[in-house]
Design a protein around this ligand. Structure first.
Ligand SMILES: Cc1cc2nc3c(=O)[nH]c(=O)nc-3n(C[C@H](O)[C@H](O)[C@H](O)COP(=O)(O)OP(=O)(O)OC[C@H]3O[C@@H](n4cnc5c(N)ncnc54)[C@H](O)[C@@H]3O)c2cc1C
Length: 365
């Protein structure tokens, strides 16, 4: 049996960021993942957007970590030559109710300390994005895009430079807590003893919590899987900014929006629908919903969209629930000292990853 100080479950962008910060300060840090490489789940199935932090309620972890994470991520990219582009984004409004919403969104963003937000009107919108059909928009200059794969590659490298390890094909199937230590068992028969265990298993975080017999319903940390699909198009060229509608009224997702990647490919999505099992099959029955949403703010014709990819959100917010924040806690109070539990790390989890890493380091200080 191997003995380690800190064992982090999950080599997605969040587990790797936690690994980076902890391996700078502590000895014997390992990150384990059940797959054959890093980021095989949500961290490679997202929009790759560095969000600004305008949407989230003030003083929530999502608001604070998104804004801090945005700054940390741009710095990290510059320092480590990770490809990124600060594209800026337009949130566009197409009717009276949405015009008012944009003013509220600007105020909310400013309360969250998002800089340089500006309401702009038709002429300025046309100058920035000639194809967009909208009377009014919120311009958000601090939004950008990033190469997530290179980010994760660098984080994994830094863990190893700090004498930590990232080990693949290690699926955690059992964890026992006794006498202040955790015995972690893997499907390949290996066993590790750890002083500290961190659950950063993304959409599988609830299975890890349940292995430790945490009653997720009683503790109000049940996970709801919410899928999002993308469509790509080659019809729209020379788009420079990300273009978002106003978000859906239930706060489940940001609305079907346009993103460009670092190669300037255009795609739309993700939409949002709750699912009962994890699978990455593409359900084309939502195609009409995409056309209808996009044609509100961009010229598009039937046949212009083609199915692309999909990802799954680990949401604490169920279908009819109110806003839920990230859940990041040390679980002594539930009888599990030195077990740090991350649940519901949905968007803006990529943007927040470095801020989350720092936050977990502070919990252990
Ligand atoms: C469609 C979509 C779009 C998004 N767009 C954005 C965006 O543009 N910007 C943004 O900031 N955020 C975005 N997000 C959110 C962001 O992608 C996630 O918050 C982030 O990737 C979560 O990272 P993670 O490390 O927690 O999870 P993951 O990347 O899923 O990593 C968890 C890891 O745990 C491993 N694991 C699970 N169970 C076990 C086990 N038993 N044993 C060992 N290993 C295990 C898995 O293999 C996996 O690698 C989006 C999410 C979705 C779904």
């Amino acid at each position: 049996m191997e003995k380690v100080n800190i064992l982090i479950i999950g080599a997605g962008v969040v587990g790797l960021s936690i690994g980076k910060y902890l391996s700078e300060k502590f000895e014997d840090v390992i990150v384990v993942d059940k797959e054959d490489s890093f980021g095989r789940h949500t961290s490679s199935r997202n929009s790759e957007v560095i969000h600004s932090g305008i949407y989230y309620p003030q003083n929530t972890l999502k608001a604070k970590m998104c804004v801090e994470g945005n700054h940390l991520l741009y710095e990290f990219c510059e320092r480590n030559s990770i490809p990124f582009r600060k594209t800026g984004k337009l949130v566009v409004a197409t009717n009276e109710a949405e015009y008012l919403y944009l003013d509220e969104l600007k105020i909310n963003g400013e309360r969250n300390h998002v800089d340089n937000l500006k309401i702009i009107y038709q002429d300025e919108i046309k100058e920035l994005e000639p194809l967009v059909i909208a009377e009014k928009a919120l311009f958000v200059p601090s939004t950008g895009i990033i190469d997530t794969h290179k980010l994760m590659y660098k984080l994994a490298n830094q863990i190893e430079e700090n004498d930590g390890f990232v080990i693949y094909e290690m699926e955690v199937i059992e964890i026992e807590y006794s006498n202040g230590k955790y015995l972690v068992k893997f499907s390949n028969g290996e066993e590790f003893q750890a002083n500290i265990v961190i659950n950063s298993a993304g959409i599988y975080c609830e299975s890890i919590a349940k292995i430790l017999k945490l009653d997720t319903i009683r503790h109000n940390i049940k996970i709801h899987w919410c899928k999002g699909e993308y469509y790509k198009t080659s019809k729209l060229k020379n788009i420079k900014h990300l273009i978002y509608p106003v978000p859906d009224q239930n706060g489940i997702f940001l609305g079907i929006h346009l993103t460009v990647n670092l190669n300037n490919d255009v795609r739309f999505g993700p939409n949002a629908f709750y699912i009962d099992e994890i699978n990455y099959r593409f359900d084309e029955s939502f195609e009409d919903e995409f056309y209808k949403a996009i044609m509100n703010y961009l010229p598009l014709e039937e046949g212009d969209l083609h199915p692309d990819d999909c990802g799954i959100r680990a949401k604490l917010q169920g279908q009819n629930d109110e806003f839920r924040d990230f859940y990041i806690k040390e679980e002594s109070i539930k009888g599990l000292p030195n077990f740090i539990n991350l649940m519901g790390i949905e968007s803006p989890g990529l943007t927040s990853c470095l801020a989350i890493g720092k936050y977990v380091k502070d919990i252990l200080n």
